[in-house]
Write a protein that binds this ligand. Sequence first.
Ligand code: SAH
Length: 418
Amino acid sequence: MAEPLQHESFTKPVDESREAMEEKPIPRVILKRRRTHAHAGHPWIRSSAIGHMEGDAQDGDAVDVFTSRQEWLGRGILNTRSRISVRVYSWSPALPLNEKFFAGRLSSAIRLRELLGTMSPTGATRLVNSEGDGLSGLIVDRYANRLVIHATSLAMAARKEMLVRQLTEIIRPSAILWRVDPRTAKLEGLEAEEESVLGEPLAAPVFIEEHGIRYGVDIAHGQKTGFYLDQRENRAAAAKYLAGRRVLDAFSYTGAFSLCASRLGSAREVLALDTSRQMVETARANAALNELNNVRFEAENCFDALPALAARQEKFDAVILDPPKMASNAQQLESAWRAYFRLNESAVNVLRPDGILVTCSCTGRVHRDDFRGVLARVSQKTKRAIQIVEDRGAASDHPVLATVPEGDYLKCLICRVP
Ligand code: SAH
């Protein structure tokens, strides 16, 4: 029986106070005045919130975070090289950030996936979802019997040996790939890395199954960790609306929405577009692997191809839009809005009456209400009603912590356009 999650610690509280007392005093980070409650339950302490430090802490060491009035706030890990200078892992002063602590967090994360039923030995699941699992800066994806560990913080990268060992013990995978991507490396002051830390180097694709469809996943060279696990439940949800329809899958990557539309959704035919020739090749191989021959994959830039299809009066009964992230900072937001507007406008323009629009946004800075706002403007401009039938997020193995709303980055709206 799975133990319930506990807000304070994610784990059954363990009396480690004695252990904590035996360790040397933990250095302190003292916040500036009035930088207190904003942090309650949110693990990111930005450098601008820090007043001063007491004690001798190196990057990667545990620190206690105090308010300017010397109230204990949380226990985290220091990284002076990052704008997120401390990541808080524990909100309970009794818990030292030791091996037992992290093992507890990992097993709590795995208990959730067991509860969700995503641990099928041939499937793929996100085992650890960073902040959502109380492990800021750690992503672990399981592809059948292989793991990809993606450290996105110095705090977690500095605990590489421990994390690899613990995950090996709990999951017993046949291979593990450890990754620090170049973007993280820059933000966190680390070296980018990609290393097979257990088993064979992962040169060949790994085969996984999702909704009864097989995929070859290139773990070592793919985007993210090779497969968009966050869209798993949305692919099945979308498929429900697609029986007998002619579907356009824009930004198709390795073909998952398309193949799901064809096999699970019984779509009549699917045209799938992605700008990357390599992804188009992989998608074709995935279609062949599943003997699905009513899906056509073409290498096209969707920003040009969709208006061109509309201009040629091509019509579809459903359009799926899953573009990449459009803005990483506030300056890029304006052009992100425009891009979402243009894409959704052209999607509506190629839809027959009673068409289905599955429109996604993985740009965290574009909030759910704002994304609905884009659709409102598209509706006004195209003079077509847009009925939102499902307002969805990332798959359930990507939990969002109530205190960390940024975790809700993925929007997937399933709409009918009469
Ligand atoms: N729907 C996919 C994931 C899409 S990821 C799935 O469920 O697996 C976004 C994809 O957009 C990537 O494959 C990337 O190659 C592609 N892409 C980026 N810019 C593009 C553009 N201008 N036109 C078409 N595809 C683009």
